[in-house]
Design a protein around this ligand. Structure first.
Ligand code: BES
Ligand code: MN
Ligand code: ZN
Length: 470
């Protein structure tokens, strides 16, 4: 469900606010914007406050009109965007179930603060479990534009989370195409027959085992002002990854409804670009299929032909993401004429061994593009670490019967996330290309800070930051 909390800007702090949040730093001197009639410094030292981000000291106060209100003093640490995100998320979590929180805005990046507060208010529930998030965050003295943008970005992250959290009994490739069409942007959808006819052999092969046929979804955003930059975003849209005939064990399978997280990010980003009025032309491609075992499923040892004619020996049907992405990448390169291509995919379990659950991987054929994405990741809090495309490992994907194999036959090279990236590179052409492996960061096991359990929407913020920076 979309975030139910709204963030608004108010000019002044109302005298009768029931619930008021006031920032303070390590000197325990809170912002002087409001007359509190409290020995604030003494109170904060009494509670041994240190001013760290995420720290909250709650003080009951008599209201002018009778009754008791509360002031939440919130620490802002060093005031950096990172600290403000932590503070914003902690505050929003503290006021769950309440109506309005009036916030004396912190100095610094109020957008980061508001965005984190909104993300911390997200939850995905089927039924009525848990507390409702705070209805409204009224930010006193905040920059209107920054808060507006934070709201659009947070709603985009929430959309990506919602799509990925939706059970696979509900979402199949056709459902995903309908959700893409709801963006109001021009959408083109290839059904199974058209995919077959146009030579998208990878998407067709992966989708063959399922009762729900595959789709390729194309969404276009064209800014109102003419521009020369054209970016293609490609998302992995596996609406459920059972592994196919190379079946996953239950424990690994039960998280795989979020295997379309990359595709969800692409849909959410395209939608937000339109709302932000971004000055760049972007085409989104979502390669959607359900990877299931059945009598019609592809087999280990099958050879498939990708868009553009390259052949691949499928040695493991559970390495399906690269098969659907290969088609979309080859199509983008030969038909869409982009200036840069970025794909995003929950591609390999191996990347969570390398980088864990907090930092995503970026591989790139181009140093400038890599740096832009790493910088945008740092600024947006979707942190990325650049991984190497190690040339020595390219023989891992040699096949004796086809142009390439989809996985390494033996275990000489290892490096599962790197070899997957090397596979994709074969299809990306010579244009600047980057690949985000978000298998480690696409899901959260904790309900904490800006994260809620399940899909994270990782990728929305970094891509929006990258695409809207001048
Ligand atoms: N969707 C999985 C990757 C994944 C694993 C995402 C765990 C999220 C959490 C992908 O399709 C996959 O199965 N990859 C295999 C590749 C292997 C067969 C070469 C993997 O990582 O084990
Ligand atoms: Mn798989
Ligand atoms: Zn997968």
């Amino acid at each position: 469900m979309p975030i139910e909390t709204t963030a608004s800007v108010v000019a002044e702090v109302p005298d009768d606010a029931d619930l008021l949040a006031v920032p303070y730093t390590s000197d325990l001197a809170p912002a002087q914007v409001v007359e509190l009639h409290l020995p604030v410094g003494d109170l904060l030292s009494h509670y041994e406050a240190k001013g760290e981000a995420g720290e909250i000291v709650e003080v009951p106060v008599p209201r002018a009109g009778g009754g008791v209100g509360r002031v939440l003093f919130y620490g802002v640490g060093d005031g950096s965007p990172r600290a403000l995100r932590k503070a914003g998320a902690a505050l929003a979590r503290r006021v769950k179930g309440k109506d309005t929180l009036t916030v004396v805005a912190p100095g610094g990046d109020v957008g980061a603060f508001a965005e984190a507060a909104l993300l911390a208010s997200y939850s995905f529930k089927i039924g009525n479990a848990g507390k409702k998030p705070v209805r409204e965050l009224a930010l006193a003295g905040a920059d209107e534009g920054a808060v507006q943008r934070a709201q659009i970005v947070a709603q985009a992250v929430a959309l990506a989370r919602d799509l990925a959290n939706t059970p696979s009994s509900v979402k199949n490739p056709a459902w995903l195409a309908e959700r893409a069409a709801e963006s109001g942007l021009p959408v083109r959808v290839w059904d199974e027959e058209q995919l077959q006819a146009d030579g998208f052999g990878g998407i067709v092969a992966v989708g063959r085992g399922s009762a729900s046929p595959p789709r390729l979804i194309q969404i276009s955003y064209t800014p109102s002002e003419p521009v020369d930059r054209h970016v293609v975003l490609v998302g992995k849209g596996i609406t459920f990854d059972s592994g196919g005939l190379s079946l996953k064990p239950t424990d690994n399978m039960k998280t795989q409804k979020t295997d379309m997280a990359g595709g969800a990010v692409v849909i959410a980003v395209l939608r937000a670009l339109a709302r932000l009025g971004a000055p760049v032309r972007v085409t989104g491609l979502i390669a959607a299929a359900e990877n299931m075992p059945s009598g019609t499923a592809q087999r280990p040892s099958d050879v498939i032909k990708h868009y553009g004619g390259r052949t691949v020996e499928v040695l493991n049907t559970d390495a399906e993401g690269r098969l659907v992405l290969a088609d979309a990448l080859a199509y983008a390169d030969s038909v869409l004429d982009p200036d840069a291509v970025v794909d995003i995919a929950t591609l390999t379990g191996a990347i969570s061994v390398a980088l864990g659950r907090n930092v995503g991987a970026v591989y790139a054929s181009d140093d400038v593009l890599a740096k832009q994405l790493v910088d945008a990741g740092q600024a947006s809090d979707d942190r990325l670490w650049r991984m190497p495309l190690i040339e020595d490992y390219t023989p891992a994907l040699e096949s004796s019967v086809a142009d390439l194999a989809n996985v390494e036959a033996g275990s000489r090279f290892g490096a599962g996330s790197i070899t997957a990236a090397l596979f994709l590179r074969e299809f990306a052409g010579r244009r600047p290309w980057a690949h985000l492996d978000i298998a480690g960061v696409g899901r959260s096991t904790v309900d904490e800070g800006t994260l809620s359990k399940g899909a994270t929407g990782f990728g929305v913020r970094v891509l929006l930051e990258w695409l809207t920076r001048s």
